[in-house]
Write a protein that binds this ligand. Structure first.
Ligand code: HEM
Length: 133
């Protein structure tokens, strides 16, 4: 049976902004880090500064390890209400894919040779290994 996910709005979240009750929002999820304040390797001040607020950017800026990301699951108490959620992942804007047309066409025709040649080399290597064994 799926566990019901609590949804919170900032109206509620922002009340939990001190060391008695410390909630922070990271990637649209709500974390209660009250018990973690003293244990946080980055110190309790930084968490208290973000208490009751959206802290995704500061959290990501620190470059937290995957251990830290696993650890935070324990403190998750819910998610933001749909109306207050931000897009989960930064979307690749179209601009990233459109390159200046002239430069990219010669560039990509050069690249289009690399794959067939690489496949040819791999096939040759596999063929030779097969007959040598
Ligand atoms: C539930 C949320 C959080 C968890 C579980 C967590 C966990 C950790 C852990 C395990 C570390 C040690 C280094 C690492 O493994 O990456 C760390 C370091 C740190 N964290 Fe957090 N953290 C959380 C939220 C935050 C937030 C919101 C900030 C915002 C400012 C922050 C700022 C820092 C800083 C400044 C360090 C020290 C980095 C260093 O000394 O190199 N953390 N955190």
């Amino acid at each position: 049976m799926a566990k019901a996910i609590e949804q919170y709005s900032f109206k509620e979240i922002e009340k939990h902004n001190d060391s008695k009750s410390t909630w922070i929002v990271i990637n649209n999820d709500v974390y209660d880090v009250t018990q973690f304040l003293k244990e946080h390797p980055g110190g309790e001040e930084v968490l208290l500064e973000q208490a009751g607020k959206e802290a995704t950017e500061t959290f990501e800026d620190v470059g937290h390890s995957s251990d830290a990301r696993e650890m935070m699951e324990k403190f998750k108490i819910g998610t933001l209400v749909a109306a207050e959620r931000k897009a989960d992942l930064p979307k690749k804007s179209d601009a990233d894919w459109k390159e200046p047309s002239d430069a990219s066409s010669s560039d990509s025709s050069l690249k289009s040779w690399i794959l067939p040649v690489a496949l040819g080399l791999i096939a040759t290597a596999v063929y030779r290994l097969y007959f040598m064994s």
